[in-house]
Ligand binder design. Structure first.
Ligand SMILES: Cc1cc2nc3c(=O)[nH]c(=O)nc-3n(C[C@H](O)[C@H](O)[C@H](O)COP(=O)(O)OP(=O)(O)OC[C@H]3O[C@@H](n4cnc5c(N)ncnc54)[C@H](O)[C@@H]3O)c2cc1C
Length: 403
């Protein structure tokens, strides 16, 4: 078998776009064509809506779509979390039914893992599901469920066997969110946003066909989702391109709506890009202590970028997510914290004001209130340290907590 070269991929995708991209198509119609062609997800297997190309093909295809002004897959947890999990562990029927709708954005998804007393100790989760004919009946409570207020489907972990060790009694389900047994209550955050929710499950129903893997496989499958979550982009990429045509306008509106939930995520990441501006506004650019903090921040960011590029290169080479995910997540926390400290030093008491009274219309205050979340979401810094210690450095495992 001869191997496809990057020039051939570029030529083929260019040709396909020249023959098929039509800005006047509706978004769903265009994305349905994309699903059929395999160019939406070129590195997925050919039998599952891809073209079976190696990881290096993704950026090439992406560049050609951008050059043509063509729209790609839907944004959000469907493509970021659900699709890679289902590709790895779903049944053929689940892949056939759910993957195309993740690509087109017809279904939106949320992740229902954490509970009020089980975040880091996820394996101790108490929500349970019992089999009842062709369905599972779920009872319990989830917490911090981002976007659950507008999701069609949830990636749900529930205990199905209380009599085996905790990691082995968990199952993984695709939960239909629009049903009477589910109540979603938004949580009001200290930064005034409300992106996550409490989700109450009272005799909620899941069709048996929506169990992913076998009963008891849930923990292993959840590890796949979490590995992809560590590299899941929730900050909008700057395109600078004005959408032209119906499909592009509909995609821009979809992204606009989706990113409302994540409007505070750039602030959560520390807004190191604003530090120089704040120093100028406060007249502190000559202050040696402030300069030392600012220089330290630049160095940290640069090192973090290199780790991120290593992770990208690993993906492009077709390697599954590895330790770079935990290292990168930890580095992002360090950058956010260093940035918040620098903003705080520069802003002084102004950092305690909000909205128009504050620096940059309240952005700096929002940074200070949002950065703590960076060290918690997707697994806390301490948990990343444990993962790096045990899986990367091969140190002895943390002693289990009993009782
Ligand atoms: C912005 C945001 C979005 C989120 N979105 C979602 C979502 O969509 N879906 C979802 O399911 N969850 C979501 N979460 C929840 C998140 O995964 C949990 O908050 C996180 O795993 C921590 O769990 P916890 O809040 O229960 O804290 P705890 O686990 O109670 O931790 C409290 C403290 O104890 C420390 N700690 C705990 N165990 C250990 C240990 N073994 N060793 C050392 N230190 C330890 C922690 O590091 C932390 O400092 C989100 C959280 C945030 C902040």
């Amino acid at each position: 078998m001869t191997e496809t070269t990057s020039d051939e991929v570029r030529r083929d995708v260019k040709q396909w776009l020249a023959d098929n991209w039509d800005p006047d198509l509706g978004l769903l119609e265009w994305r349905t064509k994309l699903v059929e062609s395999g160019w939406a997800t070129p590195t997925w297997p050919a039998e599952w809506f891809g073209r079976g190309l190696p990881g290096w093909a993704d950026p090439i295809v992406h560049d050609e779509f951008a050059a043509a002004g063509a729209v790609g897959t839907a944004v959000g947890g469907g493509m970021g979390l659900a699709a890679p999990t289902l590709l790895a562990h779903g049944s053929d029927e689940q892949k056939q039914r759910l993957l195309p709708r993740a690509i087109t954005g017809e279904d939106t998804w949320c992740q229902l893992f954490s509970e009020p007393t089980n975040g880091s100790d996820l394996a101790g989760l108490a929500t349970h599901a019992e089999r009842d004919g062709d369905e599972w009946v779920v009872n319990g409570q989830k917490l911090w469920s981002t976007s659950a207020h507008h999701a069609d489907l949830g990636l749900l972990l529930a205990r199905t066997d209380p009599d085996v060790p905790k990691h082995r009694g968990i199952s993984y389900f695709v939960l239909p969110m629009h049903q009477p047994g589910i109540e979603v209550r938004p949580v009001h955050q200290m930064n005034e946003h409300s992106s996550f929710n409490e989700v109450f499950l009272s005799d909620a129903r899941v069709p048996a066909a929506n169990l992913v893997g076998r009963p008891g496989d849930g923990w292993r499958i959840a590890m796949t989702t979490l590995a992809f979550e560590r590299q899941f982009a929730t900050v909008r990429a700057k395109s600078g391109v004005t959408p032209v045509g119906r499909a592009a306008e509909e995609a821009a509106a979809e992204a606009e709506e989706y990113f409302k939930t994540y409007a505070w995520y750039p602030q959560r990441a520390g807004r190191a890009d604003l530090v120089q501006q704040v120093a100028e506004l406060q007249g502190r650019t000559g202050d040696p202590i402030a300069r030392q903090h600012m220089a330290g921040l630049v160095a940290l960011r640069r090192a973090h970028e290199w780790t991120a590029r290593r992770a990208q290169a690993a993906r492009a080479a077709g390697r599954p997510p590895g330790s770079e995910g935990s290292l990168g997540k930890l580095a992002a926390s360090r950058v956010a914290q260093a940035s918040a400290r620098t903003h705080s030093l520069l802003a002084g008491a102004d950092g305690q004001l909000s909205h128009a009274d504050s620096l940059l219309d309240g952005i700096v205050t929002e940074v200070l209130l949002s950065v703590p979340a960076q060290s918690i979401a997707g697994g806390t810094d301490e948990i990343q340290h444990n993962i790096i210690g045990e899986r990367v450095l091969g140190l002895p495992r943390e002693p289990p907590v009993t009782g």
